[in-house]
Write a protein that binds this ligand. Structure first.
Ligand SMILES: O=C(O)[C@H](O)[C@@H](O)[C@H](O)[C@H](O)COP(=O)(O)O
Length: 263
């Protein structure tokens, strides 16, 4: 059997937050060693709140437990084509759940929101966001495909991740780094998303999926052939051992794939 994703199943939200914290900080420190920055992409949904719980507690002062927000560069794994102060904006969600709550002494990340000048044209919105990635990555690292230090993603009950939905033609996108979508089954319909090749090229990819509402899709993704073809299953396949799932016991009830209770 080839290399497999890691499936962590925690018995409480505190345990999940503690383990997610160590994982994110370790990934941050790898990024700092590589290029003196931490380049991360985040999704919307329930993720920003879980991230805030993991990161906003004071650390013990060691490098292994210190969040260096001043070195973070935050991108959006997917974003809705709405103004930045709109209730559907992932930027707004991240800002209110996490960015606005970061204590001054921890510093502030550089954040890359979408360019709202292009809200009426999702293709242009996606192209502009791709240019934002080119500016941030290519100049310093001269890489063909941006390599995120970490992507933090959610998993929808239908197995979607980012704004990559099951059976959608976007799953076959192989050229663009960022793609538009105008028919998202989860509202709002108009969005942009990182593409599968960019996601699986990341150094680390983590999913956060909690609660009973996720148990059917988790079983499908990890225990069935059909689930391997869902967007989350495709990330598992392409990212293999670089992928870690942070879940709780409710989300993994009945999942047969080997689970671990701590990092
Ligand atoms: O903007 C979005 O719609 C999200 O980025 C989306 O991909 C989300 O991560 C999943 O739908 C899971 O959402 P939950 O974590 O809320 O279940």
């Amino acid at each position: 059997m080839g290399k497999q994703p890691n499936l962590y199943s925690f018995s409480s939200s505190d345990a999940l937050a503690k383990n997610l914290r160590s994982y994110v900080i370790s990934s941050q420190n790898d990024g700092l060693n590589r290029h003196d920055a931490f380049k991360i992409a985040v999704s919307g949904g329930s993720l920003p709140a879980v991230l805030a719980k993991a990161l906003l507690t004071p650390g013990n002062g060691t490098p292994e437990d210190t969040v260096r927000f001043d070195k973070w560069e935050v991108f959006f794994a997917d974003e809705r084509a709405v103004p930045l102060d709109h209730a559907d904006s992932n930027y707004k969600l991240l800002k209110s759940e996490l960015l606005d709550k970061i204590p001054a002494e921890l510093g502030q990340p550089i954040v890359h929101p979408i360019d709202v000048t292009y809200l009426d044209d999702v293709q242009e919105l996606a192209d502009q966001y791709e240019q934002e990635l080119v500016k941030s990555f290519a100049a310093k690292d001269s890489v063909k495909l941006p390599i995120f230090d970490l992507l933090l993603l959610g998993c929808g009950p239908d197995g979607h991740t980012c704004s990559l939905f099951p059976n959608h033609s976007l799953l076959r996108e192989s050229d663009a780094w960022v793609a538009p979508i105008s028919d998202s089954p989860k509202p709002p319909a108009k969005r942009i998303t990182l593409t599968l090749p960019l996601v699986t090229h990341g150094l680390k990819i983590a999913f956060v999926a909690t609660g009973e509402g996720k148990k059917d899709v988790m079983k499908k993704i990890f225990d069935t052939e059909e689930g391997q073809g869902l967007p989350c299953g495709l990330v598992n396949e392409g990212g293999a051992e670089k992928v870690s799932w942070f879940t709780d016991v409710s989300a993994t009830q009945g999942v047969g794939f080997p689970k671990r209770g701590s990092l």
